[in-house]
Design a protein around this ligand. Sequence first.
Ligand SMILES: CC(=O)N[C@H]1[C@@H](OP(=O)(O)OP(=O)(O)OC[C@H]2O[C@@H](n3ccc(=O)[nH]c3=O)[C@H](O)[C@@H]2O)O[C@H](CO)[C@@H](O)[C@@H]1O
Length: 368
Amino acid sequence: MNKPAIAIAAGGTGGHFFPAKSLALQLTRRDYPVVFMTDKRIEDRELASWHDIRQFVIDSAGINKKTIMKKIGNTFSLMKGIIEARKILVQNHVSAIVGFGGYPSIPPLFATRLLSKKNRPIIILHEGNAIIGKANAFLAPFATKIATSFPVTKGLSNSDKIVVTGLPVRPDITSLYPSVYEPPKETIHLLIWGGSLGARIFGEIVPYALGNLSLSLRKKLRITQQLRQEDIETITRYYQKNEIKAKLSPFLTNIGDLLQKAHLVIGRSGGSSTAELALTNRPAILVPYPHAANKEQYYNAQILEKEGAAWLINQPDFTIANLTQLINDLFSHPEKLQKAALSHKTAYPNAAKNLADLIERSVANLSF
Ligand SMILES: CC(=O)N[C@H]1[C@@H](OP(=O)(O)OP(=O)(O)OC[C@H]2O[C@@H](n3ccc(=O)[nH]c3=O)[C@H](O)[C@@H]2O)O[C@H](CO)[C@@H](O)[C@@H]1O
């Protein structure tokens, strides 16, 4: 018997798209036809080449914009997205829809409300952060199940809807689990990243803090840094002048290899980044994105900090002087890095499988 179609709705930033893609891979392996709904930021050739995946770009937008014209324009996009999504759900006979959060997941999930009870797919939400996001909070009352990435998620009260699955991470990173951590000796590998869209602050602070270290420490450094294109030339020259070996790029594609090599990671604390750190046991200095609507990166980082696996620095305190002091201390006491590496407790190597199992169980409970 043919398996029922499952739709996946995810926004087009790495934080939402990568977990959704890992789930799509699990579901196609189990012979479920997958309908993938995302926004125009994503054009993923690999995904498009998989059999049994139908990809759709859906109109969407946040409506809490400042100008009235923007509000009207975005409301129109949202309505258009809901109508498009409803058509796709009907045409593909979708039985369940999995939402990964972000505004782009709202039209496909909301579209289910416009279908008759008999034809309405069940909703399963996945929350990638340690606090429920606005889109997921809005959709939670309609969900059959809510899968979470952390053992406790702020804003979600205990209910049998909640299942802790962990956050699906790309297979090349998951396969590194369990990863052994060796403290630095002759060379110190440092990975600096800013999330899927990058972050200017790391280019403004990290190179100059590293430049303050002693020459003997600087010569040991091997830096891989995600950096805005416009900053690469200046920072390359700065590192060369300070005898620091560095590879700089606006987007790093081989995250698995880089995490495995890294003795320390400096970066943001989005849901996927923190899950990847936990899976690979890497110690980190985390600077949460300060403008996030509900401080989700702060709560993610706080969990790792409480475990002893990371040092949380809020952006106003992330200064050249403070960072110089911290990394000087960590590089002079590598046992502190090793202790942090051994302290991770939130790794879920089977997250994609856990989530696919949950979907499979929920779909099996439907009567056709
Ligand atoms: C500004 C913003 O709204 N950020 C949100 C967005 O973040 P964002 O998408 O930046 O954050 P995540 O940490 O969740 O994901 C980043 C992903 O990009 C990958 N990566 C990063 C840099 C690079 O050079 N190469 C690369 O492959 C990482 O390995 C990771 O898989 O979604 C997250 C998950 O809901 C939220 O926690 C964040 O608050």
